[in-house]
Ligand binder design. Structure first.
Ligand code: CU
Length: 278
């Protein structure tokens, strides 16, 4: 029995390693300036975890193989070894702190550092069960919003202030449209529960937290249509909370920015129908 179990453990290790190394279930191609740094961090973490996983599982397989029950023996109870516990806890802590520090550089650049001047501004509001994107409209000024103005029946999902002149031309849509090769600053909030804006191609994954306005910025490097999902279990229709991002040329974006809400939406729907999903 011990030998079969040991073989099974080794097979699970080989299968797990293959599932990563084969590349069958890897990320889509990254299309943001920071995608390379995120992928490098992910690979570093995966390698460290893989080394620990393979070593511990092979040790387990060896122990099961060598010391498996021979029938009538009783198991020995061990109180453990404090020195060994301290050593491997210490090593693990050091490795994870180093990984966290390496990851901080990307995090800092995307979240703490201000977006470059002239960045395109888009506000994002998550709600059960859709994403709402708020664009400044023709005047280029983001109108003010307040949660008290949110009214789904009137299609005011982001809570545009009706008394604010600059909000009159603002556009709300469930599709994210951004220009390529230009910094985009987004502010993410939520109307009800925690959601998570996940754009795999951009390597962006950020919680939308009620009561918070989370700012981040990024630059997309390739035009196309990409998937957006909610990556936080947010209720019964969570699976349905998906939408798309269109990355368009600067020319196209300039034209969109000069359009009224109706024309803007009409053009977006045309682009959505024409673009294949990347
Ligand atoms: Cu959600």
């Amino acid at each position: 029995m011990g030998k079969i179990l040991a073989l099974l453990i080794v097979l699970i290790v080989v299968g797990s390693v293959w599932s990563f190394v084969s590349g069958h279930w890897w990320f889509p191609v990254g299309i943001s300036e920071h995608a390379g740094a995120i992928d490098a961090q992910f690979k570093r973490t995966a390698v460290v975890v893989a080394v620990a996983f393979i070593a511990s599982q092979l040790a387990l397989a060896y122990a099961v193989f060598k010391y498996g029950s021979k029938g009538s023996e009783r198991a020995i109870y061990s109180h453990g070894n404090n020195k060994l516990e301290a050593i491997w806890t210490g090593i693990t802590a050091v490795i994870f702190i180093i990984l966290a520090f390496l990851g901080q550089v990307v995090w800092y650049n995307l979240h703490i550092r201000d977006a470059a001047p002239g960045a395109v501004q888009v506000d994002v509001v998550g709600q059960q069960f859709q994403w709402n994107f708020h664009y400044p409209g023709k005047d280029g000024i983001m109108g003010s919003t307040d949660a008290k103005y949110i009214n789904d029946a009137a299609l005011n999902y982001v809570g545009l202030n009706p008394d604010d002149e600059t909000s009159k031309d603002d556009i709300q849509m469930s599709i994210l449209v951004i220009p390529e090769k230009r910094p985009v600053a987004i502010k993410i909030r939520s109307k009800d529960v925690i959601h998570d804006l996940f754009i795999p191609a951009l390597r962006i994954k950020q919680d939308a937290v009620p009561g918070m306005n989370v700012a981040m910025h990024f630059t997309a490097t390739k035009t196309g249509k990409y998937e957006i999902a909610c990556a936080e279990l947010c209720g019964s229709l969570h699976y349905n909370m998906k939408t798309f991002m269109l990355v368009v040329s600067q020319d196209e974006y300039d034209q969109l920015s000069a359009m009224s809400e109706d024309k803007f939406k009409e053009r977006i729907n045309q682009l959505m129908a024409a673009e294949p999903l990347q």
